[in-house]
Design a protein around this ligand. Structure first.
Ligand code: 9MR
Length: 397
């Protein structure tokens, strides 16, 4: 009897360890959590740690560390560019699936989830499409039809393989735009009116009933004034609430998380409150493109530690605030960084006056920075009662 009880208890321990995805610690092989990868540590919370992947870097045989690090550290991947319309259909009617397919195969081999990015965005559209609209050879009706076909074709191709799709990206203006009152901006709103958003979600759902469908945007990490005329988070919240009331299949809100150490940064509690409020609409949440950039002053560029250290610390604090907030809400399903090494980051190419960089969790030589260690610490030292494993989500409608 006693023996049987011990056997059962042993089996339970082994099963629990298997579920947690980690080998059980023994006296001779204690598991040091600090040595575990982000992906392993995230599994304890059923939280997926992801990265954007640059397909050229992934295929660079001279840089095997890039590929190895994607596989080792992350349980979810997003194509940084390879699934955007301009990349997929550079010539009308001819799809170039190669790079996107490669990432899908890579993810499968490495047991990683996929975030699909992006179906509808005003940037990185093929020239044949924008030129055709501008010169009048593509009518509004045809444009709507092309969008429906694009969404249907892409979503069907990867049906069953994509966990979360960014269906609509960055549809809302910013307070610095003209006019400053927040509004639906960009190519699609201009040509089809804001109704394209509901259409896009419905077409995506029809093409893959199981993928989670996300609205994705930046500068929505926390609420501001609460006035949708100038508070982008409130504007997005109201939009999602209305879409859900109208029966539009929106399953999630992706908060990109492009932050900078030069700004007045949010506290963990503000960010956690925002996630909770979105979850109250019945949607999942995710951080989808986290990076925290810094201005590269002359001192930074000269290697002055007085200028570098505070930036590294502020960056780590921001990475950590978003992760802690995500851990605190059971509907926050994944935390994706927009690149993991400064060797491959969109930031220096984008912000040149003043120059910015240092935005990722590893330097150009793949040396982990303070931010990487803080993310690990957050994953290690959090648990009940305030941090509980994520609640798996199903498409709602
Ligand atoms: O990181 C992407 C960069 O390589 C592209 O040149 C750029 C083009 O617009 O897009 C970057 O990714 C963006 C993402 O798709 C949507 N949110 C903002 C990201 C950073 O600009």
């Amino acid at each position: 009897m006693q023996l049987k009880r011990w056997l059962v208890a042993g089996a339970v321990v082994i099963m629990a360890a298997a579920v947690a995805g980690a080998a059980p610690a023994t006296a001779s092989h204690p598991v040091d959590p600090a040595q575990q990868s982000l992906r392993t540590l995230g599994l304890r919370h059923n939280l997926y740690l992801g990265t954007a992947v640059d397909l050229a870097a992934l295929n660079d045989s001279a840089d095997p560390q890039y590929r190895a690090t994607v596989a080792k550290e992350f349980s979810s991947v997003t194509a940084e560019n390879a699934m955007k319309w301009a990349e997929l259909e550079p010539t009308r009617g001819t799809y170039n699936w190669g790079p996107a397919d490669e990432l899908v195969a890579f993810a499968k081999r490495n047991n990683q989830k996929l975030r699909g990015h992006v179906l509808v965005w005003h940037n990185q559209l093929p020239a044949w499409l924008t030129d055709g609209v501008n010169d009048g050879s593509i009518s509004t009706d045809e444009l709507r039809d092309l969008l429906r076909k694009h969404i249907t074709t892409v979503v069907k191709r990867y049906q069953g393989k994509i966990w979360q799709w960014d269906v609509v990206n960055e549809a809302v203006s910013d307070p610095w735009d003209n006019p400053p009152t927040l509004h639906y901006k960009g190519f699609w709103a201009q040509h089809l009116g804001p109704g394209y958003i509901a259409d896009a979600f419905r077409w995506a759902r029809a093409a893959d009933p199981k993928a989670l469908l996300f609205y994705n945007d930046y500068n929505i990490e926390a609420f501001g004034s609460g006035d949708p005329a100038n508070d982008k988070t409130q504007f997005v919240y109201d939009m999602v609430r209305q879409l859900r009331r109208d029966g539009v299949p929106v399953d999630g809100v992706g908060s990109q998380g492009h932050l900078g150490t030069q700004y007045g940064n949010y506290s963990t509690l503000q960010v956690a409150a925002a996630l909770k409020k979105f979850a109250g609409l019945g949607v999942a949440t995710a951080f989808t493109e986290v990076d925290v950039r810094s201005q590269l002053t002359e001192g930074v560029q000269a290697g002055d530690s007085n200028e570098i250290n505070p930036r590294l610390q502020a960056s780590a604090a921001n990475y950590s605030a978003l992760l802690q907030a995500c851990l605190a809400d059971r509907h926050c399903l994944s935390y994706t960084v927009w690149g993991f090494t400064d060797k491959h980051s969109w930031v220096p190419g984008w912000f040149s006056d003043p120059p910015e960089g240092m935005a990722t969790i590893m330097d150009e030589n793949y040396q982990p920075k303070r931010a990487y260690f803080e993310l690990k610490a957050d994953l290690i030292y959090s648990g009940p009662p305030y941090v509980l494993p994520r609640i798996p989500q199903r498409p709602r409608r």
